[in-house]
Design a protein around this ligand. Structure first.
Ligand SMILES: Nc1ncnc2c1ncn2[C@@H]1O[C@H](COP(=O)(O)OP(=O)(O)OP(=O)(O)O)[C@@H](O)[C@H]1O
Ligand SMILES: [Mg+2]
Length: 270
């Protein structure tokens, strides 16, 4: 791929356009012929069994992993393009698992999201930055603990702090990889509501990978079932039940205990 010829710039409403994507890691084909187009304001849930390539897909969108074939455009630009700087927020599961001894307050962590090279030389937008930090902390409901060390917060609160950092950047596309793992039910519901509002009220575009099928079905407008390639992509209300999923995966429907732990997990959560 030649980024100079492929950088077309924003020519349409598509936030993300993935065409014929193949990704190989350590000699193994992980993603095959993946095609996805996402428009502004969509909330897309990505599900699939362990090792089905969900994180690989997000890392490819971020530009961390390079594709063998195919093309990815975000707002018309190749991943990692200068023009995308600050437009993409990334929230990973690691957030809830941060070591307890991390000595950084919620406010400081959120502020990190606003650090730009230009700000290091020009303090012109200091007020704007402070406002963004305040708003982000308010949106995730962490005002009461903003001066606490991250290590003292619950997993759910930490996850919210990391989301606030993404919000403070004013990212327009937010990618979340398993943000619900390790957080309590109350925080989970709070997070899902927040993400829903971000789409509806702020026009953010959200792509969320989760094993929590129940939670994702309640919130996402659109679901993608990924297992090396896309097996389902469509409205959440049409997302197949377990038997339908078995069909999609080419498994005999008699095997009701699918090895995708989507099922087990969502049962646990109920
Ligand atoms: N650094 C790596 N090098 C080589 N192969 C990798 C690497 N990381 C992951 N893989 C392989 O790529 C495949 C897809 O991994 P990926 O992490 O994208 O799956 P996933 O759908 O996110 O799984 P999970 O639900 O467990 O998070 C797996 O077979 C995995 O073993
Ligand atoms: Mg993963």
């Amino acid at each position: 791929m030649n980024s100079r010829t492929k950088n077309r710039g924003p020519a349409n409403n598509h936030v993300l356009r993935i065409e014929n994507l193949d990704v190989i890691r350590s000699g193994k084909e992980i993603l095959r012929d993946v095609n996805i187009t996402v428009s502004k304001g969509e909330f897309v849930g990505i599900v699939g069994p362990n090792g089905s390539g969900k994180s690989t897909l997000l890392l490819s969108i971020l530009g961390v992993l390079k594709a063998q074939n195919g093309n990815i455009e975000i707002y018309g630009y190749q991943p990692m393009s200068r023009q995308l700087y600050e437009k993409i927020g990334w929230v990973s599961q690691a957030a809830a698992n941060m070591p307890n001894e991390i000595r950084i307050t919620v406010r400081e962590l959120v502020q990190l999201g606003t650090v730009k090279l230009s700000n290091m030389f020009f303090e012109s937008d200091k007020k704007g930055r402070q406002e963004r930090v305040n708003n982000a902390i308010k949106m995730v409901g962490l005002e009461d603990v903003e001066d606490e060390n991250i290590g003292r917060l619950s997993g759910g609160q930490r996850q919210r702090a990391v989301i606030a950092r993404a919000l403070a950047t004013e990212a327009e596309l937010i990618l979340l990889d398993e943000p619900l793992v390790g957080i309590d039910r109350e925080s989970r519901n709070y997070l899902l509501k927040l993400l829903d509002e971000l789409c509806h009220n702020e026009g953010k575009t959200i792509i969320m990978v989760s094993h929590d099928l129940t939670a994702i079905r309640q919130t996402a407008h659109r679901m993608i079932f990924l297992e090396e390639t896309i097996r389902y992509d469509g409205p959440t209300e049409n997302f197949p039940d377990l038997e339908g999923l078995a069909d999609l995966r080419g498994i005999e429907p008699v095997h009701k205990n699918l090895d995708t732990h989507d099922h087990n997990h969502s049962m646990e959560e109920e």
